[in-house]
Design a protein around this ligand. Structure first.
Ligand SMILES: [Zn+2]
Length: 344
């Protein structure tokens, strides 16, 4: 089968690889009908050490179940399913607590160990706990929004929960990528009164406004902090969604939280050390977040997608076939595209 393989920074190729197949009785194999490129795929795209074997990329997909192992009960051949970016058994202590990304039998797609979904097919470990069958046909008009349930919409929602967004709260979203934009949707959905997007790309800002952003801050660094304070009576916001992961983004996030506020971070940190530890301490700011247990959020978010109350699929501004995936990486890396959908 054909799959997207990253061999090093800037080196993404479409290769013939061994077919995805059942290895364990708890596995399923799905034929991928939709996948996408994630902002987090751009970190290895910028920095991956050269590798001869490479890494089959992709951790977001919708597909049709092609085969299931002998222990799989909850999904069957022919089901249309969404695949969260982490697999999980759905039965362990952490899955029961809604933290599927810490599943004791879990892991992540698109890693060195588990092949990814920017491919014709993908093996799904722990299929019963991982996959969620969708009540629509494979070419339903809602497909882009449904696809975001595999990562970015669930991740934006997780950032909002970690940042304790609620009715009447003031919120800032650091980052105007797909996750940040979904964070705006999530903040509005949870009742935030003021939603400030920090970003500067005109297309993204326009979409953020349509999703519910009330204010835009295009400055950076200290000027951005100053501007957010001006917009919030001098104090900063109750809730900050940090959707980038770079050191400067985290520094800004903590600096714009008001005393007693919370930062929910979902951008993969690019540094071991967390900046702004002193202001976070002196202002009693809660810093929370991590890899979003998106599997836990599908039940809650799905009705809003199906009934059109939220349209996170609008973050996709380009659709490519498998052959054009390398150019999709380039386009996202150069911020020419917000998020690229792949139809293998
Ligand atoms: Zn588990």
């Amino acid at each position: 089968m054909r799959a997207t393989v990253m061999f090093g920074a800037g080196d993404v190729r479409i290769e013939n690889v061994p077919d995805a197949r059942l290895i364990k009785p708890t596995d399923a194999v799905i034929t991928v009908t939709r996948a996408c490129i994630c902002g987090s795929d751009l970190w290895p795209y910028k920095a991956m050490e050269p590798s001869e074997k490479g890494r089959v990329m992709g951790h977001e997909a919708i597909g049709i179940v092609e085969s299931v192992g002998s222990d799989v009960r909850n999904v069957k051949t022919g089901d249309l399913v969404v695949m969260p970016f982490a697999f999980s058994d759905g039965t362990c202590v952490f899955c029961h607590e809604g933290l599927h990304t810490s599943c004791v039998h879990g892991g992540f797609f698109g890693t060195i160990e588990v092949a990814g979904a920017q491919a014709e097919a993908v093996r799904i470990p722990q299929a019963d706990g991982t996959l969620f069958a969708l009540p629509v046909g494979k070419d339903d008009a809602l497909m882009p929004s449904l696809l975001t349930l595999s990562d970015v919409m669930g991740t934006g929602h997780h950032a909002a929960l970690a940042a304790r967004v609620g009715p009447g709260k003031s919120v800032a979203v650091v980052g105007d990528g797909a996750v940040g934009l979904c964070g705006v949707i999530a903040a509005r959905r949870l009742g935030a009164e003021q939603i400030i997007i920090l970003g500067r790309h005109p297309d993204r800002i326009a979409l953020a406004r349509e999703f519910g952003a009330t204010d835009v801050v295009s400055e950076r660094g200290d000027e951005a902090v100053e501007r957010v304070r001006e917009l919030t009576g001098g104090f900063g916001v109750h809730s900050v969604l940090e959707c980038v992961g770079a050191e400067q983004a985290m520094l800004t996030a903590i600096s714009i939280a008001r005393p007693g506020g919370a930062v929910g971070r979902v951008g993969v940190p690019q540094n071991e050390m967390m900046p702004a530890s002193l202001p976070a301490f002196y202002h009693n700011i809660t810093v929370s977040g991590g890899p979003a247990p998106v599997r836990a959020y599908i039940e809650e978010l799905l009705p809003d997608v199906l009934e059109g109350r939220i349209e996170p699929g609008r973050v996709f501004d380009r659709v490519v076939g498998l052959d054009e995936v390398p150019d999709g990486y380039r386009a996202m890396n150069e911020r020419e595209s917000i998020k690229v959908m792949v139809k293998p």
